[in-house]
Design a protein around this ligand. Structure first.
Ligand code: FES
Length: 377
């Protein structure tokens, strides 16, 4: 069972609600803001179809209601339709999180037939050239074609556009493009600085002025578009002074299964040193969720140091993001340095200060592999 007193589970039952299957780390894109592990080659051993189905059933038995098929690029798995059908038959609300590369009209029809309910399509830019720089491959036309096919087939869709210094000036054009496609939701998702995005942080982080302008442009667009489209625009936590309530708390409602079967409280957590994350090949999912040391480590507030321990906001933000605390301070039990109360907040302030000083130029991005040479962009 979860630790006594560790009752910050938002569903009130201590069960996972949201199951995210990272079916593969493989991806045809090489995005400079990618949140995949930087050592992809170290995790080659993907679960089989039968193993994924077993995970889907076990999580449903535990109470999970929503399932996301993600990656990498999940459409690279030939059994995607079969897994969606399994989840749909069990009563999950099914969601595909995709770059669109690998989708065709036929596959979309098959996925619809299998019971897929919702699609989140990643998009880099309203400009083909910028999209090419950011994704590392020429993908704009293909993505646009698939976006229109998705709408033509009647899927509800979120267009997810990671926002950075390299495309923040395109916000009005991105909104116009999303409206033209007919999406219901546009998520202007300011890049979170993990893995490849952290490597490229100085080049990717927009300035405060650029953020303020984009925010005003979003407000204008909301007035003009009314109910036609919902636009989400969240200021990056580096600029907020308060941390995000990451994952609604560690081990609270989110359950992520990595391609090799490792079970994680969040997609980024596998890089945290000092934690051994169990694998569905070795342990029952219920035991992992309720009993494993790694899932219990940051539940509740026993683990917190000051200033979190005595903070009046701890039940709202849970001390912020454990992964960000680890990446920036070297200790996941520290307060997230995005919080202005953190003794490490200067690390965030310094990164923000560098955002304006570094030339915002795609040629300075560090490529994800030797196959993409940024200077050729
Ligand atoms: Fe892992 Fe925030 S990304 S806890």
């Amino acid at each position: 069972m979860a630790k006594a007193g560790s009752n910050l589970n938002l569903d009130g039952q201590g069960n996972p609600v949201w199951l995210l299957l990272e079916l593969t780390y493989r991806c045809p894109l090489k995005c400079a803001f990618c949140s995949n592990p930087t050592d992809l080659a170290a995790h080659p051993d993907e679960l089989t179809t039968a193993e994924w189905k077993s995970v889907i059933r076990d999580a449903r038995d535990m109470g999970a209601m929503q399932i996301g098929f993600s990656g990498g690029e999940p459409t690279l798995r030939k059994d995607l339709e079969e897994l969606v059908a399994e989840a749909n038959a069990l009563g999950y609300y099914t969601n595909l999180i995709t770059s669109g590369i690998g989708l065709t009209r036929k596959r979309l029809e098959d996925l619809k037939q299998a019971g897929l309910r919702h699609i989140q399509l990643g998009f880099q830019s309203s400009n083909p050239e910028t999209a090419h720089w950011l994704a590392g491959v020429d993908c704009y036309d293909k993505k646009l074609r698939i976006a229109r096919e998705i709408k033509d087939l009647g899927f509800p869709m979120v267009l997810n556009v990671p926002i950075s210094s390299l495309n923040i000036h395109q916000v009005p054009e991105i909104i116009a493009l999303a409206a033209d496609i007919g999406v219901e939701y546009l998520e202007l998702a300011n890049v979170q600085y993990y893995n490849w995005a952290l490597v490229n942080r100085d080049q990717l982080m927009p300035t405060r002025e650029a953020l303020a302008m984009a925010e005003a442009q979003v407000a204008d667009a909301r007035k003009q578009l009314g109910d036609r489209m919902t636009i989400f625009f969240v200021i990056p936590d580096y600029y907020e002074g308060r941390p995000k309530a990451c994952m609604n708390g560690w081990g609270s409602i989110h359950l992520t299964i990595a391609p090799d079967g490792m079970v994680l409280p969040c997609s980024q957590a596998r890089t945290l040193p000092g934690l051994h994350f169990p694998n569905v090949r070795d342990h029952d999912l219920g035991w992992i969720w309720h009993q494993s040391e790694s899932f219990n480590r940051y539940r509740g507030d026993d683990w917190m140091k000051e200033p979190c321990r005595s903070c009046t906001e701890k039940e709202h933000d849970f001390g912020g993001c454990r992964c960000q605390a680890m990446l920036l301070t070297g200790d996941a039990a520290n307060a997230d340095p995005a919080c202005s109360k953190s003794p490490h907040h200067h690390l965030v302030r310094e990164a923000v200060a560098r955002a304006g000083a570094t030339r915002q130029d795609h040629r300075m991005l560090i490529a994800r592999d030797a196959g993409w040479h940024p200077t050729e962009g």
